[in-house]
Design a protein around this ligand. Sequence first.
Ligand code: URA
Length: 246
Amino acid sequence: MRLDKYLSDMNLDSRSNLKKAIRKGSVTVDGQMVRDPAMAVPDGAEVTYCGRPVRHETFQYYMLNKPAGVLSATSDRRQKTVLDLLPGERRTDLFPVGRLDKDTTGLLLITNDGDMAHRLLAPKSHVDKVYEALILGRVGSREIEAFRSGLVVDETFTAAPAGLQVLSHPEDPEEEGRDLSLVRITIHEGKFHQIKRMFLAVGMEVLTLKRLSMGSLLLDPDLSEGECRRLTQEELDALENLIMKN
Ligand code: URA
């Protein structure tokens, strides 16, 4: 593969800027400065751009533990986005797979693999997403049954049957006697504010919301909020298996 294509596939800059950078001497191949954009990069060669190693990959996959206060978007003029949390020199074609609300935390997959994203998000793929939420109110059998049987959220949206499990009824440190419920919810849709709207439809409020998993992909408990890492080959294989079956 030509050196300029090798670098531009990684979306580090426009092809013409990368050609200029090569001519200026910003690129090395196996430790040697190369000024010819047409140079054929040998298989397995070590390439650096502005002193940083660049490995050619068609697709990249990151798991992010999204913190609250960050937008699930690719760019924003004023606010920080989830892409700002990726380390180092990042390619420009990455995007989050689906959206979490600004105040929602937890698992977010970031990739440039549009086909995988589309298959994971397509309603007919029925990929389960599991969330943990702190609810203002006492969630009980009435709400569990309402979620299980397909909740009418409003005149435009009836949710597909969803799983709702009560984990505990924690004490409220701020207001004695206030009913709180820690719950786990499983949905396979991804409508705007879906979980918050489902709880509002049963007269309750979501205080905090965190995504724990998406299909076979589980939030790594070693990732603190704001941290990300590449998916492992096993995680990637499991996701690919899942979407092939659906
Ligand atoms: N449901 C919501 O209400 N918000 C999210 O961020 C995700 C699911």
